[in-house]
Design a protein around this ligand. Structure first.
Ligand code: BTN
Length: 260
């Protein structure tokens, strides 16, 4: 869909930023904004979420005043079969923004992890389609910024971390948000122009080379993550040499790749 932007609105992503002290889920509010005239590119940010959600129907712990919870409303110029590119592109933009604070990697499909494998954040993409085109998308981003492990519930403490824990001092959430939005502007423009984020995603993906267990509708698959196929699906080679191509799933156990 051709899109006219006046010079006043050169920046698409973040041309409008709606801020909430507290909201149920920024993804829900962003979805509402898609029905408004200038919804495309609008951003919803909250200091706290009371019903934050993650992938696969999980809840997303969203304590006040600590982290980054943001959702971008988008009318993507993409065919529905390319929706997977939005997830990879968003994860890349977030990883590159966080990298200015501490080195981060991506765990397939779009978890942000520290070098020790602890989870720092995640991306939740929700889309609607009309025929073979994407009609709307919400790019939800949650990053543990200043939530110290000592403050996390015990069940999260072993598997999660925050940017502040990695660098030992508070991190500026506003500056981080600006970097994420600037990165997204470039990533989304590239994806809509036909570029695939796959090569750059591969280079950042700590899942590749690792021994993994992935939950799939057909049951768990265990083996070595050897590649991503051209549609971003994970290719896992099991002990018999059989290759499984997994379009969506959860990597539940990881033994990292042994450095050469
Ligand atoms: C995941 O790793 O499971 C994805 C987590 C995504 C959380 C973010 S926080 C902002 C946005 N609003 C939500 O309710 N979820 C996403």
């Amino acid at each position: 869909m051709p899109r006219y932007r006046s010079p006043m609105h050169e920046r698409r992503i973040g041309h409008r930023i709606e801020r909430h002290a507290s909201v149920g889920s920024t993804n829900d509010r962003a979805r509402e904004l898609l029905d408004e005239a200038d919804g495309d590119g609008s951003v919803v940010v909250a200091d706290e979420q009371t019903a934050g959600r993650g992938r696969r129907g999980r809840s997303w712990e969203s304590p006040p005043g600590r982290n980054l919870y943001a959702s971008i409303a988008l009318e993507p110029a993409l065919v529905a079969t390319d929706a997977w590119r939005l997830g990879l592109a968003t994860a890349l933009a977030v990883a590159e923004a966080c990298d200015t604070v501490a080195p981060v990697a991506l765990k397939w499909p779009n978890d942000l992890v520290a070098a020790d494998g602890r989870k720092l954040g995640g991306v939740l993409i929700e889309t609607t389609a009309e025929g073979d085109r994407l009609r709307g998308a919400v790019l939800g981003i949650g990053i543990n910024v200043n939530w110290r492990r000592s403050e996390m519930p015990t069940e999260l403490r072993e598997q999660a971390t925050s940017l502040a824990d990695l660098v030992g001092e508070p991190v500026d959430r506003e500056a981080l948000l600006s970097r994420v939005l600037a990165g997204l502007e470039a990533e989304i423009t590239a994806v809509e122009g036909g570029a695939s984020p796959l090569a750059r995603y591969r280079a950042r993906c700590s899942t590749l080379g690792a021994t993994v267990e992935v939950g799939t509708p057909e049951g768990p698959v265990t083996g070595r993550a050897v590649d991503l196929d051209p549609s971003g699906a994970l290719v896992v080679e099991d002990g018999t040499g059989r290759r499984h191509t997994i379009g969506g799933g959860e990597v539940t156990r990881v033994r990292p790749a042994v450095p050469a």
